[in-house]
Design a protein around this ligand. Structure first.
Ligand code: BES
Ligand code: ZN
Ligand code: ZN
Length: 455
């Protein structure tokens, strides 16, 4: 999708009406926006996406928008922010996952150009950022939508290298033997049942300079390329969709890539343990005890709680960078959907200021997050019987599942280390209210980019 700033005669002009119904007459597309004065920032994002979704349904290739029509009463965006939000969301709404579909000749492929009238320099600056970020979110969605048979750890590692091409990002891929040397027993345990070789992906972007005083942000993303549940096998219906279980990994690759493309003067590292949770005669068993990189032993009571295992070793690895903040992003628990429904990812952190900041940035970015506690009262549920820890509670495992997941990872992070766990299971797939195509949402790439920008 190309953004232009000249008035194109070929474009269909978008106007908003107070009604609910959309109309397409001649070269005007009227979008039913409801009460314009009542639209808030959340409504604005939905509206912008609706423009593209309606245009797509009408097979319109070129649209024109006037900036002054976008300056609504209920929204006090700066011109730059308006440009960014508009373009980001138009790009997200124009996305379809077509990799596996046969391309017909002359087939409609979405909105090709958006001509914007009355854009200021600040608006254009924001729009440029929006183009980069929107593109990265869609790149992430493309990866997350690839079926598990094709999205292997090897493919994810190649994608990380591909993403970094032409940027200042350094990519290092650690192989199984390197992971063995590092004694990452939790990652090795999860990997045992898979025929696919694991990859431990490390990306570094030293935008502020490696020798500068700025400590990097460490992004850690769950990269389970398919989650069968292991020997604690998932029921058939629950296994559908588990190719998305590497979404956390893909989001952190996209976020660091966006930071590099925007040439942010920030230091960022992204760490992605890419592993398949499969079954074979060699698969790890319920009851097995694994030894983590930091020396703690873990009883595996459920092989389907694999995300917290690979993240625990990855967070331990991240600490060698002495990061200012560690953020881990993971499709960790179905319980997060039970707690929050499908409209927010869960955030768990011991730093209240970080929690507030993420909630605010979530609101601005459109990647909404909501907190759950990490109180000391929950620590006992992480204890093992014959080992130091257990990956799920022995009793009451049905309750507080998202907190238990976060608490497990917390055992590998010092209390004074700023750290946040984001359970993105609720936002793994789009809902009808999102005005996006079905499948991966690419959340929370926009939130991560905002956090990098403001850290
Ligand atoms: N990848 C799943 C979590 C998940 C479920 C994400 C549904 C998105 C939608 C994770 O590895 C898992 O299986 N978690 C278990 C934890 C349980 C065994 C404590 C779960 O949620 O059932
Ligand atoms: Zn699982
Ligand atoms: Zn999983």
């Amino acid at each position: 999708m190309k953004i232009e700033y000249t008035k194109s005669k070929k474009a269909t002009t978008i106007i908003f009406s107070e009604g609910k119904v959309n109309r397409h007459e001649g070269s005007t597309l009227t979008i039913g926006a409801g009460k314009l004065d009542e639209i808030d920032t959340r409504g604005f994002i939905r509206l912008v996406r609706k423009v593209v979704r309606v245009a797509r349904a009408q097979e319109i290739k070129h649209v024109a928008l006037d900036v002054k029509d976008l300056q609504l009463k209920g929204i006090d965006y700066s011109e730059e922010e308006l440009g960014r939000i508009l373009v980001e969301n138009m790009i997200l709404a124009n996305y379809e996952f077509v990799t596996y579909k046969k391309k017909e000749k002359g087939q409609y492929e979405g909105v090709e150009t958006v001509s914007i009238l009355g854009a200021s320099a600040a608006f254009k600056k924001g729009a440029k950022t929006g183009e980069v970020v929107g593109g990265e979110v869609n790149w992430c969605r493309d990866l997350a939508n690839i079926p598990g048979g094709d999205m292997t750890p090897t493919v994810l590692a190649k994608a990380a290298k591909e993403a970094a091409k032409g940027t200042d990002i350094k990519v290092t891929i650690l192989e199984r033997k390197d992971v063995e040397k590092l004694k990452m027993g939790l990652i090795l345990g999860v990997d045992k049942g898979s025929a696919e070789p694991l990859k431990f992906i490390v990306m570094e972007y030293w935008g502020a300079g490696k020798t500068s005083k700025q400590k990097p942000i460490a992004l850690v993303g769950k990269g389970i390329t398919f989650d069968t549940g292991g020997l604690s096998l998932k029921p058939s219906e629950a296994m559908v969709g588990m190719h998305h279980d590497m979404t956390g990994g893909a989001t952190v690759i996209s976020a660091i890539t966006a930071a590099a493309k925007l040439k942010l003067k920030k230091n960022v590292v992204a760490i992605i343990p890419a592993v398949e949770n499969a079954i074979s005669g060699e698969a790890y068993r319920p009851g097995d005890v694994l030894k983590s990189m930091d020396g703690k032993t873990v009883e595996v009571l459920n092989t389907d709680a694999e995300g917290r295992l690979i993240l625990a070793d990855s967070v331990t690895y991240a600490k060698k960078y002495k990061p200012s903040i560690i953020i881990d992003v993971a499709t960790l628990t179905g319980a997060a959907l039970v707690a929050l429904g499908t409209h927010a990812s869960a955030i768990l952190t011991r730093q209240e200021t970080l929690e507030k900041k993420l909630r605010d940035l979530g609101e601005v970015s459109g990647d909404y997050v909501w907190p759950l506690p990490l109180w000391d009262e929950y620590t006992s549920y992480t204890k093992g019987q014959i080992a130091d820890l257990a990956n799920i509670p022995r009793e009451q495992a049905r309750f507080g599942g998202t907190i238990n997941g976060g608490m497990f990872i917390a055992q590998f992070v010092e209390k004074n280390q700023p750290w946040v766990h984001i359970d993105i299971a609720p936002r793994m797939e789009a809902t009808s209210q999102d005005n996006l195509t079905k499948g991966a949402t690419g959340e929370p790439v926009r939130l991560l980019v905002r956090l990098i920008e403001t850290n």
